[in-house]
Design a protein around this ligand. Structure first.
Ligand code: SF4
Length: 323
């Protein structure tokens, strides 16, 4: 075991934590020490989060036609990606939540591709939340774009536990990725959600052409928010978007990000999210031994993914390899 990595693990386990300079050194460890880094991140995960894998399903209740111009996103109205507008009926959403619960998911996240919800759309989401809470009883999370304090309080009052709003990428990269809103706009909604009593889920998407140092920059900003949940997506280039030809990140680089995220945020749920099936040969089993403690299952916002049954096998393989 490398002395520096082991020492920083002990610092995390003792509650002392690590500095930004430590994190910078950890994310840059040579390849031959990557196994040590991942093993230590896995030990921290076990100590703080136990063995349970937090499994969540998403329901993209409003796909596409988003006014924003995020260069990686298939749902922006500015790019012709062949996706189509779709707003489901409320009973369909409630039934989706029921199926997710029956398949073993602990939470169900309603996601809508809006800059911010229009008034009628927000009312419809509120009805969905109320009915899911009443009839299904699964934890409900929402990801609806920008929030006002009034809307955040309303969601909290209806029983929404957690609000997802990703920072997407490092502050120093953000203007290249999106010009229709700012990084600070995103931080503002996270602050509003926190002040309303909602738990925070935030993170971003790696592989947008950022440097490794910018991946760390994103992780450090996410850690400062002290989120209950961190979601890390891996770019799957979407034909029709400006990033359609972006080379994807290799597995080693992805492992570094998850491992250092765990050192920085030992108590957070860290979910391997969009892109893991396409980017990783084992579907994410190695990530579950290297810092991740949760999975999004059943597909993503515009792309399919592993079924809950396939992910049960991913989890089984991760446990078997760690035994
Ligand atoms: S990432 Fe979100 S805000 Fe940006 S275009 Fe896609 S749905 Fe809209």
């Amino acid at each position: 075991m490398d002395g520096f990595i082991g020492g920083r693990m002990e610092a995390v386990l003792s509650g002392e934590g690590i500095s930004a300079a430590d994190a910078a050194r950890l994310i840059d460890v040579p390849d031959d020490l990557l196994g040590d880094l991942c093993r230590c991140a896995g030990q921290i995960t076990g100590a703080f989060c136990g063995d349970d894998v937090d499994v969540e399903q998403l329901h993209n209740i409003k796909r596409d036609a988003c006014s924003e111009d995020c260069t990686f996103c298939a749902q922006s109205a500015l790019y012709d990606t062949g996706t189509t507008f779709n707003l489901p009926a409320i009973p369909e959403v409630v039934e989706g939540a029921r199926r997710a619960k029956e398949a073993g998911s602990q939470s169900y996240c309603l996601v809508a591709a809006w800059r911010e919800p229009p008034p009628d759309g927000f009312e419809q989401v509120c009805r969905m939340v109320s009915l899911i809470r009443r009839d299904v009883g699964i934890e409900v999370e929402c990801s609806l774009g920008f929030l006002t304090p009034e809307r955040a309080s309303r969601l909290r009052g209806l029983g929404v536990r957690r609000y997802n709003h990703n920072l997407e990428t490092a502050r120093s990269k953000f203007a290249e990725i999106c010009t229709t809103h700012t990084y600070d706009d995103r931080l503002r909604t996270l602050r509003i959600a926190r002040e309303a009593g909602l738990e925070l889920c935030t993170g971003g998407i790696i592989g947008l052409g950022e440097e490794r140092g910018q991946r760390l920059e994103l992780l450090l900003d996410v850690a400062r928010l002290d989120p209950e949940e961190v979601t890390i997506n891996m770019l799957v280039p979407v034909p029709g978007t400006p990033l359609e030809l972006q080379p994807v990140l290799g597995e080693r680089e992805i492992l570094r990000v998850f491992a250092v995220a765990r050192f920085l945020m030992p108590g957070s749920v860290i979910k391997a999210s969009g892109g893991r099936e396409a980017s990783l040969p084992d579907g994410g089993a190695a990530l579950l031994r290297s810092g991740a403690s949760g999975l999004i299952t059943g597909g993503y916002l515009t792309r399919g993914g592993n079924s809950p049954r396939e992910d049960a096998e991913v989890i089984r393989r991760a446990r078997a390899a760690g035994a």
